[in-house]
Write a new protein. Structure first.
Length: 256
């Protein structure tokens, strides 16, 4: 299974377990791009519509792309009340879109899946002159005590390949995306925002979230289930719930 297609098999769980994005983020994107309700935006990798819904609630028209048939089916249900939202089952690389057609292209937790060779050139070609690119992602902060040591031990024993920094770190200000954007010949220097928030989790909700991560989806099933079982037991042993802290990082840039 190609890693970026790993989410399609858990579409409904993904829809229920994945966090949404702060309302302030959408206001900042709309202000930066100078969007009006009549403007249609392109969303890359919409998943089950967490970010799509945020834009739709602001009155915007959205054309949302995703390669996962099940993900799009769930997103259609989720956004059934928004007639201005359309979906296409495709990747950005394969989609034969018109050039210079959009005032904004947005990618929520998905831009790292786009082919590096086409990532900036393809989005720039689809944007109007001075059109905007909005790339953002929820980055989980390190787990705090008393769980930090317990979780680290569990991962070291059962999934040592997942013990490093989370893939979402790609969106941090000092992460790979910022440097790639700086080196791009297609976009101006970026404007960045950070939104801090937290989400409460039980053992069930946290392991459900982990089941939607591509890194965990690609583990052998026996190891994945053993890992999640031990993590759940550790949470239950410490009272059954904890708060997971996030930083949502938004990068905004105009097409040259």
């Amino acid at each position: 299974m190609e890693q970026r297609f790993a989410f399609n098999g858990v579409a409904r769980l993904y829809n229920n377990a994945r966090p949404i994005y702060p309302d302030a983020l959408f206001a900042d994107v709309i202000d930066f791009a100078g969007l009006k309700p009549k403007d249609q935006i392109l969303e890359i990798g919409c998943g089950t519509g967490q970010a799509t819904e945020g834009f739709a609630r602001c009155g915007l028209s959205v054309l949302a792309l995703d390669p996962g048939a099940e993900l799009i089916a769930v997103a259609r249900e989720r956004l059934s009340g928004f007639s201005q939202v359309q979906f296409r089952q495709t990747t950005l690389e394969a989609w034969p879109g018109e050039q210079q057609d959009f005032k904004l292209i947005a990618a929520a937790q998905s831009f790292h899946w786009v082919s590096p060779e086409l990532r900036f050139a393809r989005t720039a070609a689809l944007l109007r002159p001075a059109g905007a690119l909005a790339v953002f992602g929820n980055v989980p902060m390190p787990i705090t005590s008393p769980f930090a040591g317990q979780f680290a031990d569990i991962y070291a024993r059962l999934a040592p390949e997942l013990s490093g920094p989370p893939v979402e770190g790609w969106y941090l200000p000092d992460g790979p995306f910022s440097e790639q954007l700086r080196q791009s010949d297609d976009f101006e220097s970026s404007t960045q925002y950070c939104y801090r928030w937290s989400q409460p989790h039980t053992a069930q909700s946290y392991t459900d979230l982990l089941r939607t991560l591509s890194s965990h989806r690609l583990l052998p099933e026996d190891r994945r289930e053993a890992l999640l079982s031990e993590l759940a037991d550790a949470i239950v042993a410490q009272g059954g719930e904890f708060g997971l802290h996030y930083e949502t990082h938004l990068h905004l840039a105009r097409r040259l």
